[in-house]
Design a binder for this molecule. Structure first.
Ligand code: FMN
Length: 223
């Protein structure tokens, strides 16, 4: 009896592999969210490279996945460290990890700023506290103390008339980014670390704020 079983418990990457990873990626995202496999199933690590090769990574939440075009959307303050990095070099690497499912996703590709309507739509779904906090926070900048932050939040809450006040407008520097899938690697954990990895890649040619995509190629990688 071998230590290594022929198939991982999760047959997602069994042959024949799909030509495009996008529907399978969508299925994995749904399964992670519907199954509530962890507190933040939409969390992903976002790595960027800014000025002078300034490398950084942080967790953000994906809020939309466009399976047809193959991009994911996250929202943030565009004047933050990541925003500055993306302005300098609009490329990103993403990693999602669902431990309970033994699945990892890696995505790399170009980044574009979401159209205003997309950012507005999402802004309107945020609760009031999150809107006020986003409007107040000069994300990634120094603050004297935590009290200072809370004072600013309360002052802004009062300015907007508390719970019943008028809508909080989306600050122009707050909104979405689209990360376009140029490379997608899906990983499934297996017994004895005989993990399964498949990498799909395609060329993306810029066309305005969007991309023309060539066909996907795919290859299985050693774990
Ligand atoms: C679970 C989780 C989800 C987060 N989601 C977001 C998000 O969607 N957008 C965001 O700007 N920051 C989010 N953050 C905070 C970021 O990790 C980070 O601290 C912040 O964006 C500042 O990053 P920067 O200084 O590199 O720009 C999240 C953090 C955690 C732990």
């Amino acid at each position: 009896m071998s230590l290594f079983s022929a198939l991982p418990d999760d047959p997602s990457l069994s042959d024949p592999l799909p030509t495009s990873p996008l529907p399978l990626l969508g299925r994995w995202m749904h399964e992670a969210c519907d199954g509530r496999v962890q507190r933040n199933p939409t969390a992903m690590t976002l790595a960027t490279v800014g000025e002078d090769g300034d490398l950084s990574a942080r967790v953000v939440l994906w809020r939309r996945y466009d399976e047809e075009s193959g991009f994911l959307v996250f929202h943030t303050n565009r004047e933050s460290r990541k925003g500055e990095a993306l302005a300098e070099r609009p490329e990103a690497a993403l990693v999602m990890h669902w431990d309970a499912l033994q699945r990892q996703v890696r995505i790399e590709g170009p980044v574009t700023v979401s159209p205003d309507a997309e950012s507005d739509d999402y802004w309107e779904t945020r609760d009031r506290a999150a809107q006020i906090a986003a409007a107040v926070s000069a994300q990634s900048r120094l603050i004297r103390s935590r009290d200072d932050l809370l004072q600013r939040l309360r002052a802004e809450e009062e300015r907007y008339g508390g719970e019943e006040g008028p809508p909080v407008p989306r600050p122009p520097h707050w909104g979405g980014y689209r990360v376009w899938c140029r490379h997608v690697e899906l990983w499934v954990g297996a017994e004895g670390r005989a993990h399964d990895r498949v990498l799909w890649s395609r060329a993306l040619e810029a066309s305005g704020d969007s991309f023309h995509a060539a066909d996907w190629s795919r290859m299985r990688l050693q774990p």
